[in-house]
Write a protein that binds this ligand. Structure first.
Ligand SMILES: C[S@@+](CC[C@H](N)C(=O)[O-])C[C@H]1O[C@@H](n2cnc3c(N)ncnc32)[C@H](O)[C@@H]1O
Length: 242
């Protein structure tokens, strides 16, 4: 699962016993060699699905990490792209991986907590990948309200969600076990490391986005295929600021 040049078990343990921010600072140099970095095939599928909704001028990658979503924005936005994350280590890795290209959009990096995004309504596209597990369900309305406030009227907030694993499948029990271990860890150890896989459920998320002022639709990510019952393996949530 892990690249031999990725983090060692000891490094992952130290990371998991830190705060989220400090943990990512420590992991940053090797983050792109972990399975936590959003895979290119997911990023490509998002680009293909978003492109017909463009063109876009200015894009924001919320919880950008080492910049997986910045590559998406660079392909879709014409003027300016901004990555925001609270880990200085992740931002440093992102900055060296995405210096910008002549003729491409201007690239900016901002260190900030996504729950306190410091932006006026300047963006027409916001994306986020692989980070919602770091927010407790009760924090999501504030997160969605901050993204909403950063978008121009008509701007879109887009992110992929995988189909929930079939109850009783190997993946179901793996995620269940991970979340249970995290709950035990957080009951016994400070600072907490908030990372839960099974708290981000589409029906609740849709309601919360609507509550923040978004009109929500979902589009199948066709490039990621379909399940045996014909339903898409993953969808793109596209929330439009009304
Ligand atoms: C699993 S990584 C995902 C990085 C990247 N988006 C990707 O898909 O590869 C999660 C990122 O979310 C950031 N993060 C978590 N909570 C955050 C918060 N409250 N504000 C800003 N960034 C946050 C972490 O620092 C980390 O870089």
């Amino acid at each position: 699962m892990f690249d031999p040049q990725g983090p060692t078990l000891r490094e992952l343990t130290v990371q998991a016993l830190s705060s989220v921010e400090r943990g990512y600072d420590l992991l940053a140099p090797k983050f792109d060699r972990t399975p936590f970095r959003t895979p290119e095939k997911v990023l490509d599928a998002v680009v293909d699905t978003l492109r017909p909704l463009g063109p876009f001028e200015s894009g924001l990658d919320v919880c950008c990490g080492t910049g997986a979503g910045m590559g998406v924005l660079a392909r879709l936005c014409e003027r300016r792209i901004t990555g925001v994350d609270f880990s200085a280590g992740m931002l440093a890795a992102a900055r060296s991986a995405h210096p910008g290209v002549p003729g491409g959009p201007a690239v900016h990096w901002v260190r900030a907590d996504a729950l306190r995004l410091p932006f006026v309504p300047a963006f027409d596209l916001a994306v986020s990948f692989g980070a919602f597990g770091h927010f407790l369900p009760e924090q999501r309305p504030a997160l969605f309200a901050r993204v909403h406030a950063a978008l121009r009227p008509g701007g879109r907030f887009a992110f992929p969600v995988g189909a929930p694993p079939r109850i009783g499948s190997a993946l179901y029990w793996t995620l269940w076990g991970f979340d249970a271990a995290m709950r035990v860890r957080n009951a016994l150890w400070r600072p907490p490391f908030v990372m839960y896989y099974r708290t981000f459920r589409l029906p609740e998320v849709r309601r919360e986005l609507a509550g923040a002022g978004f009109a929500v639709e979902t589009l199948p990510l066709e490039d990621l295929g379909r399940r045996p019952d014909g339903s898409p393996r993953a969808r793109l949530v596209v929330a439009r600021r009304e």
